[in-house]
Design a protein around this ligand. Structure first.
Ligand SMILES: Nc1ncnc2c1ncn2[C@@H]1O[C@H](COP(=O)(O)OP(=O)(O)O)[C@@H](O)[C@H]1O
Ligand SMILES: O=C(O)C1=C[C@@H](OP(=O)(O)O)[C@@H](O)[C@H](O)C1
Ligand SMILES: [Mg+2]
Length: 177
C-alpha cells in the first residue's frame, strides 16, 4: 500500500524540547508548510514574545496564543510547533486533538535547562532558579502533554536527525494502519 502522510502534525512539549527545531525539520522531510505559533504571534504583533509578556501580561499572551492555534490548526497539511504552555488551555487541546496528529517531545529537566539557559526570549524562565521552574512546569504539564499526544518521543541525548528517524515510522503506523 502506498504511504499517505497527508494531514497535520502538531508538536507539544516543554520549553527546550525542540518543537521549533524538530518541527521545521519534520516539515521539510514531509514537504509540508511549517508554522510556529510563537513566530506567527510575533509577526502579527511586530514584537517579541517577551515584550508581549512584559506589556500585556501572560493572560493576554494566552488569548493571543489560543486565537493563533485555532487559526493555524484549521490549515491543511502543515506542521505546527506550539508554545510550551499551549496545552494548559482545554480549547487548544481540543483543536490539536481534532485537527491532526500530536507529537509530544519529551526531555529531562536537565536537558531542557541546558537548551534554554542562554535564551532570554522565554519570559517564564527569567527567574532566579530556572531549573526549578522547569521542574514545576514539567510536573504540571506532563500529564496534559500525554493526554493530547498520539506519539511520545524522548529527545534526551538524541540528535534532530535521529529524532526524525524515530518519529517517521510512528506517524506512518498511525496514518496507514
Ligand atoms: N535534540 C536536540 N538536541 C540538542 N539540542 C537541541 C535538540 N532539540 C533542540 N535543541 C536546541 O535546543 C534549543 C531549543 O530548541 P527549540 O526548538 O527552540 O525548542 P522549543 O521550541 O521546544 O522551545 C535550540 O537551541 C535548539 O537548537
Ligand atoms: O512554556 C511556556 O509557557 C512558553 C513557551 C514558549 O515557547 P517554547 O515552548 O517554544 O519555548 C513561549 O510560548 C512562551 O515563552 C511561553
Ligand atoms: Mg519553540
Amino acid at each position: 500500500m502506498a504511504l499517505d502522510m497527508t494531514g497535520n502534525f502538531f508538536l507539544v512539549g516543554l520549553m527546550g524540547a525542540g518543537k521549533t527545531t524538530v518541527g521545521r525539520a519534520l516539515a521539510k522531510r514531509f514537504d509540508k508548510q511549517f508554522y510556529d505559533s510563537d513566530h506567527e504571534i510575533e509577526s502579527k504583533t511586530g514584537v517579541k514574545i517577551a515584550t508581549i509578556f512584559e506589556i500585556e501580561g501572560e493572560s493576554k499572551f494566552r488569548e493571543r496564543e489560543c486565537e493563533m492555534i485555532d487559526e493555524l490548526s484549521q490549515l491543511q497539511n502543515i506542521v505546527l510547533a506550539t508554545g510550551g504552555g499551549a496545552v494548559m488551555n482545554p480549547d487548544n487541546r481540543r483543536c490539536l486533538k481534532e485537527r491532526g496528529l500530536v507529537i509530544y517531545l519529551r526531555a529531562s529537566v536537565d536537558d531542557l535547562y541546558l537548551r534554554t539557559k542562554l535564551d532570554k526570549n522565554r519570559p517564564l524562565l527569567q527567574t532566579a532558579n530556572p531549573k526549578a521552574r522547569l521542574q514545576e512546569l514539567f510536573e504540571i504539564r506532563d500529564p496534559l502533554y500525554r493526554e493530547v499526544a498520539d506519539v511520545v518521543i524522548d529527545t534526551s541525548r538524541q540528535t534532530v536527525a535521529t529524532l526524525l528517524t524515530q518519529i517517521e515510522p510512528k506517524l506512518e503506523a498511525l496514518l496507514n494502519d
